[in-house]
Design a protein around this ligand. Structure first.
Ligand code: COA
Length: 179
């Protein structure tokens, strides 16, 4: 990485390029996870994320940080209200805890520490806002392996949530531990 990595709040003019990060990274993730989904379901997943971008620009509860190398947006993270899967799996036990989500790094920039930097920056923002805990979840096996190392053993694992052999994992973390 020759350019300096900068992490900032999402600006309106970044929306299209951030959308491109989702459009590239989400299908690539399904491919690497050996998950075969019809094209329209993958498209829905991308559109769902795009709606979150619009909500964040409208100031509706969620906010994004984006990582840029020069002018290229290489990754994102969001923080917002606890999502549907976490509510469902925990029987709403974590519904008052905000969720770290939308962690996507362009495929060719994965494994270089950019995800960790985004997490660190986001958690610093949470700390500055007096937030003490956050949660996150993942149904992707490759991300689960990384998050187990980074966040420890999950608060909850829901066996076969996404189908046989595809568990869902939820972490509950203290802000203090990640700044
Ligand atoms: C998952 C993802 C966001 C991680 O970002 P990244 O930039 O690739 O990850 P990093 O290099 O910053 O590593 C993050 C942490 O993973 C862990 N990790 C990294 N490489 C690992 C490996 N080979 N084995 C196990 N854990 C590993 C480490 O704990 C590391 O943090 P640390 O170095 O601070 O301890 C990114 O790979 C991605 O976009 N994947 C595809 C989409 C996806 O699955 N998103 C997550 C949805 S929940």
């Amino acid at each position: 990485m020759s350019d300096e990595l900068k992490i900032n709040r999402l600006a309106k003019e970044d929306i299209d390029v951030v959308y491109n990060v989702f459009a590239v990274t989400i299908p690539d993730t399904f491919l690497k996870e050996n998950i075969t989904l019809p094209g329209d379901l993958i498209k829905n997943e991308i559109e769902l994320k795009k709606r979150l971008l619009d909500e964040s620009i409208e100031g509706r509860g969620i906010f994004f940080l984006v990582a840029k190398l020069g002018e290229l947006v290489v990754g994102t993270v969001s923080y917002g209200p606890c999502g549907e899967d976490i509510r469902k799996c925990t029987n709403s036990a974590l519904s008052r805890i905000g969720e770290l989500g939308s962690l996507f790094i362009l495929p060719e920039y994965q494994g270089m520490g950019i995800g960790s930097l985004l997490i660190k920056k986001m958690v610093s923002e949470l700390s500055a806002q007096g937030i003490k805990r956050f949660c996150l979840d993942s149904g992707y096996k490759l991300a689960q392996k990384k998050w187990r190392r980074k966040f420890g053993e999950p608060y909850m694992t829901v066996k076969d949530y996404w189908g046989p052999g595809y568990d869902h994992m939820i972490w509950l973390c203290k802000v203090r531990g990640f700044i």
